[in-house]
Design a binder for this molecule. Structure first.
Ligand code: FES
Ligand SMILES: [Fe+2]
Length: 389
């Protein structure tokens, strides 16, 4: 995003403020409730969307140097992420090629090689099988070059490490990420995500469908009600600029500070000073952009009515360089974000319980909730394209 795009968004916020309105779609929509309750449909969504598109599991700063590694349970099983000698990031199924034990059990660390705990087959950070105890007598026919850890294409872009299970090579993964994020590429560069550092992470499982969680970030209609005791008072009621950018959504949410902007101060006003911006990146990565930091929210579908949420705060300074005062500041910010998002997710659980009761055959999206309808249309399109082969 360049300064003129930022200016354009500021102007749109100011017009909405004057009109006391928000981005409106031409009409309201009905969303059938089986979108959120049907386990067969959920299984299809996983295949058509989550197992096909790039998904971020790590911020680049979590693998800062060659030989750093992380193990993560992902939607394609247990994965070992390493940064190789050459600085490139690798991802492997964390599964030994001998008899299938998990090779690395530590969550993170620094290692030049990984030794399976069962019979000590050893693998390099690039996944090659380096050594096998008693190889000559017990495995005379073993071709070690064919028994490296099984790689999953992954690439580093925009400050994150993206797993691309459907790509068949690193080049294909690069192409897929470039294509998928092309419509938000300028915005992601503008955010300077690769300059940030992880401060802390919070994980919790919620009893609601993954789409309900995503929908909650696409409107501000609920702010003054659902968040009345937290962030509600700081935001304009039912006012936001929403845009669909390819498969993704950007929601610019003005705070009360927008009212202080004058024609004279406009040129010096940064969008991030007077708004929060939600980027809902398909399928399960959300950025909540605030003045100086970003909350990265991963929404990992578990089953049709359960979703794991991982909230990671990304800040401008490495955690180990923070003063006690700065540490307390970011900790407070994180607690506010968690408390606010918990309000959303509690409501998500309440919606899911209502859906499961069968009281509604469909949910209603008003003209001010047009992004929710567009988002569900995108999901429907993915399912249709997948089913049409
Ligand atoms: S299962 Fe890994 S060395 Fe045997
Ligand atoms: Fe909310």
């Amino acid at each position: 995003m360049n300064r003129s795009d930022e200016h354009q968004l500021l102007m749109q916020c100011l017009s909405l403020l004057e009109e006391k309105s928000t981005t409106l779609s031409p009409q309201s929509h009905a969303s059938p409730t089986d979108r959120y309750t049907d386990p067969d449909r959920f299984a299809q969504e996983l295949k058509a969307i989550h197992q096909r598109l790039p998904i971020a599991y790590l911020h680049s700063s979590e693998l800062p140097e060659p030989h750093h590694f992380r193990t993560i349970d992902t939607h394609v099983g247990a994965v070992l992420f390493t940064r190789g000698e050459d600085g490139n990031v690798n991802a492997f199924h964390n599964v030994c090629r001998h008899r299938g034990a998990q090779v690395e059990s530590r969550a993170s660390g620094c290692a030049k090689a990984f030794s399976c705990p069962y019979h000590a087959w050893r693998y390099s950070a690039e996944g090659e099988l380096i050594s096998v105890p008693f190889e000559q007598t017990c495995f005379p026919d073993l071709n070690k070059s064919e028994r490296g850890l099984v790689a999953i294409p992954c690439i580093e872009a925009y400050g994150f490490i993206w797993l691309c299970p459907e790509a068949d090579s690193r080049e294909a993964a690069e192409q897929q990420v470039a294509q998928h994020f092309e419509p938000v590429s300028a915005d992601l560069s503008w955010l300077g995500l690769d300059q940030l550092h992880t401060f802390d992470q919070h994980r919790r499982r919620w009893r609601c469908n993954w789409k309900i969680v995503n929908e909650g970030g696409l409107e501000t209609y609920h702010f003054k009600f659902a968040h009345k005791d937290s962030i509600g008072p700081y935001f304009l009621s039912n006012t936001c600029v929403t845009d669909q950018l390819g498969a993704h959504f950007r929601v610019v949410m003005p705070t009360e500070k927008l009212k202080e902007v004058t024609e004279a101060s406009l040129a010096d006003t940064r969008l991030r000073d007077i708004t929060h911006i939600v980027y809902g990146l398909a399928p399960q990565t959300t950025f909540l952009v605030q003045k100086a930091h970003i909350d990265w929210i991963q929404m990992i579908p578990v089953c049709v009515d359960e979703t794991d949420i991982i909230m990671t705060s990304l800040i401008p300074t490495p955690r180990e360089e923070l003063s006690a005062e700065e540490h307390a500041y970011w900790q407070r910010n994180l607690e506010i974000s968690i408390a606010t998002l918990d309000e959303d997710f509690e409501l998500g659980q309440s919606i899911q319980a209502g859906l499961n009761s069968g009281a509604n055959q469909s949910l209603t999206f008003g003209r001010n909730e047009g992004a929710l309808a567009a988002y569900n249309r995108w999901v429907e399109d993915q399912l249709q394209a997948f089913n049409n082969g």
